[in-house]
Design a protein. Structure first.
Length: 135
């Protein structure tokens, strides 16, 4: 699957998921329940703002993987904000994030299939690898 096809499959699925208002809150519930290490990172979080920011980041991730300059800049900024000198998001926590994201997308996308899962996993694994390299 080409980068443009990967991006199209992901974004089409993301649109279906995001059309359901419980998608992002369900992801955060699943993510925070996946490890006792995670909730402390969110104790002072404004989830209304965080939910919008996550949806924006998910869309940008598809653009970053396909090389869009604006999306790449945002990904670089996100990696810096999450590194050991700022939010200190430990690299192993991204596995919990990805699993929670995939499980939630699978639940909310009524057209979910192996091709869609491949698009989500491939895209966000690239993003996670980038974040880990800059930790």
């Amino acid at each position: 699957m080409s980068e443009s096809e990967l991006k199209e499959v992901l974004l089409t699925s993301l649109i279906r998921c995001a059309a359901k208002p419980d998608f992002i809150p369900s992801f955060y519930n699943r993510f925070m329940e996946s490890s006792p290490e995670i909730p402390p990172y969110f104790k002072k979080t404004n989830f209304e703002k965080q939910n919008r920011m996550l949806l924006h980041s998910l869309n940008l991730s598809a653009g970053a993987v396909s090389g869009e300059p604006f999306a790449l800049r945002e990904l670089k900024e996100r990696a810096e904000s999450h590194d050991r000198h700022h939010l200190n998001i430990e690299p192993h926590l991204y596995d919990f994030w990805l699993n929670a994201l995939i499980e939630t997308a699978r639940e909310f996308d009524d057209k979910w299939n192996p091709t869609i899962e491949h698009a989500w996993r491939t895209t966000f694994q690239h993003v996670i690898d980038y974040m880990r390299r800059r930790y």
